[in-house]
Design a protein around this ligand. Sequence first.
Ligand SMILES: CC(C)(COP(=O)(O)OP(=O)(O)OC[C@H]1O[C@@H](n2cnc3c(N)ncnc32)[C@H](O)[C@@H]1OP(=O)(O)O)[C@@H](O)C(=O)NCCC(=O)NCCS
Length: 178
Amino acid sequence: MAVSFRKATLGDVPAIQTLISDSAWGLARVDYSDAQIEAALQSAWGVDTQLIRDGTYVVADCERKLIACGGWSWRRTLFGGDAQAGRQSEALDPTCDPARIRAFFVHPAWARRGLGRAMLEHCEQSARARGFRCAELLATLPGERLYRVCGYVSQDARAYPLPNHQTITFVPMRKARI
Ligand SMILES: CC(C)(COP(=O)(O)OP(=O)(O)OC[C@H]1O[C@@H](n2cnc3c(N)ncnc32)[C@H](O)[C@@H]1OP(=O)(O)O)[C@@H](O)C(=O)NCCC(=O)NCCS
């Protein structure tokens, strides 16, 4: 089955939302409770349409179905969908700021087939082409396993607030040379 990567469009948003939800329920339950996943899907794990408008969000299709998504950004916001509080849309300075790696989700039926790694390499290459030399992200616990093998170094895990009085553990990670 042929997998192709392309830039996401705003027309993909409903399908991306479904993909994020399928990915979270299928792949994040080993690390998080159902209440955490439900709350994260309302904030931290929503679609960030700014990335799509910037042309820095990628989707993978197979037989006209979205099977993976992920992106990068030259803006300061580190994580979260449109509904996430505290967004910072100002441009980063590639000479001193790390690019942001953002919102990777793979459909459970396609996990561990290299899509996450392929999207990450594509994002790093795009960030490099724009002058960035390092990258950072806020990883989920499932995400940390991917990013670690791709050269990202974890900092101390932290609890982040979510809707419905929930909190969730995310891990800041950084790669010094992309
Ligand atoms: C994290 C995620 C994007 C990884 O996507 P993926 O396409 O399955 O990752 P890859 O197949 O490219 O994995 C590359 C390597 O990362 C590591 N890795 C990825 N998932 C892993 C897991 N569940 N357990 C252990 N190692 C893992 C492995 O070393 C793997 O190489 P291998 O399969 O040859 O051993 C996917 O699990 C996912 O969508 N999770 C739910 C949503 C989420 O938490 N997203 C991260 C947001 S920061």
